[in-house]
Design a protein around this ligand. Structure first.
Ligand code: HEC
Length: 414
């Protein structure tokens, strides 16, 4: 008995519930993110969602949230909340912009995640019943979206899990959390992938038939993606017939970036609110990993030229902002690497702008250390002098809160 009591006391000491901490107040309204703002506008009668007999509120909701249909990606594994509905014949479509992700299995309700610049990523659902649209914020989402895989903060999640022809997962045959560092031959198990590329190894579009649970039966095969999903399931019931490869690559990058933004903000605010916390030290510690991710340093190699077919590539690249020479951090490379100028466009997000100042100061200082060439570590070799120069010049023209030391001198050869 004594042992149990002391173990419980220890647990109480080490378990720190950030969600209800007075500095964070994760569940305390009002939230201020694109979905909660839309909900308020619907309640005030400023916006009305229209109901489509096939897809319900989905198209109208995407429009109201400015989430492009071209971003559609399609997942067929039974990995999420409404898994009984999801299968290769009735997959789940996911759409995103910089701050909102919308997910919808045909026949089910709509799920949304939206980034509040201070509270972090919030989870919402919208019932698909014709009448008055109701957006709610259920806590059940936390059971999967608040874990080690989301960096310990509530947030989006990208999984690649071996999946059978009926949509059932076989995680013992392949189970990954994906971001831009994941090798392509571990990505997209349970997802459809469309686009144009030469044959390359990945796990998308594949149904695993586990012959006796032998992991060797799931060896990655090389094949080119189809240009569209027509013929694989009833694509006419979805907003688009694509699961765009370029959207998938961007999504894999962005979801972890969103969690890193929440983490960078919460860590520093929690340290600042604690009597023995050292916010500046915590900020410096987080900044190194944050900047490596921001500069897409450890990106998985691409297999040569990749093209999307949904229109996402063009739509995304056109969003800017551009510098005085017309360059932007949203321009793609898609041959050697994802982005032409490898510094994440998420530097323009509301969440980045709202980072507490110790976090933002530390991130900018570290960013300059790498871009200026002061840090000569081999891991930054992939950023050429021309890359660094272009990134600094683009930031000078497009990022209003950029510290002055970015303007003083140009980057030197590392
Ligand atoms: C049973 C675990 C589970 C629960 C519970 C769950 N999700 Fe998810 N969710 C996932 C997984 C896994 C993914 C990754 C994509 C996939 O496999 O469908 C995901 C993906 C998403 C996405 C796409 C963005 C992303 O994170 O990749 C949204 C939006 C989403 N979920 C919203 C919600 C909402 C809203 C709730 C609560 C109403 C919820 N989810 C509950 C497992 C879950």
């Amino acid at each position: 008995m004594l042992f149990v009591a002391s173990a419980a006391a220890q647990l109480r000491d080490t378990f720190f519930d950030a969600l209800s901490h007075p500095t964070i107040r994760y569940f305390t309204p009002p939230a201020d993110d694109p979905v909660s703002r839309l909900d308020r506008r619907i309640a005030a009668g400023e916006v009305a969602l229209t109901f489509d007999p096939r897809t319900g509120y989905l198209p109208s909701l995407l429009k109201a949230l400015q989430v492009p249909v071209e971003s559609q990606m399609v997942v067929f594994s039974k990995t999420s909340l409404q898994s009984p509905r999801i299968s290769p014949d009735n997959p789940r479509a996911i759409f995103f912009n910089d701050s909102v992700v919308v997910a919808w299995p045909r026949g089910g309700f709509v799920e949304m995640v939206a980034q509040d610049a201070r509270q972090g990523v919030a989870f919402y659902m919208l019932d698909q019943q014709n009448g008055t649209p109701h957006i709610t914020r259920p806590s059940v989402c936390m059971s999967c979206h608040h874990s080690y895989a989301t960096l310990g903060v509530p947030g989006p999640l990208v999984r690649s899990v071996a999946t059978g022809p009926d949509g059932k997962t076989m995680p013992w045959l392949g189970n990954y959390t994906s971001d831009h560092t994941s090798p392509l031959d571990e990505r997209w198990a349970g997802w459809y992938v469309t686009g144009k590329a030469a044959s390359f190894k990945h796990l998308g579009n594949t149904f695993v038939t586990a012959s006796g649970g032998d992991p060797d039966s799931v060896a990655t095969r090389a094949f080119p993606p189809p240009e569209s999903l027509a013929g694989r399931f009833d694509t006419s019931a979805y907003p688009s017939p694509y699961s765009d490869i370029v959207a998938l690559l961007v999504f894999d990058h962005q979801m972890r970036m969103m969690n890193m933004l929440t983490r960078a903000s919460w860590d520093v605010r929690l340290a600042a609110s604690s009597p023995d916390g050292d916010a500046a030290r915590v900020a410096r510690k987080d900044a190194e990993k944050f900047v490596d991710y921001l500069l897409i340093v450890d990106e998985a190699a691409l297999p040569g030229r990749i093209q999307g077919t949904s229109g996402f590539t063009e739509q995304f690249a056109a969003r800017g902002p551009e510098d005085r020479r017309g360059r932007s951090l949203r321009e793609f490379d898609l041959e050697r690497r994802l982005m032409r100028y490898p510094c994440s466009y998420m530097i323009y997000s509301e969440a980045f702008d709202a980072l507490p100042s110790p976090a933002k100061d530390a991130i900018y200082r570290r960013l300059w250390e790498v871009l200026s060439g002061a840090d000569r570590n081999d891991r930054y070799q992939r950023l050429s002098l021309a890359d660094r120069q272009a990134i600094v010049e683009i930031l000078r023209d497009t990022k209003a809160d950029l510290p002055d030391y970015f303007r003083s001198i140009g980057p030197s050869r590392p």
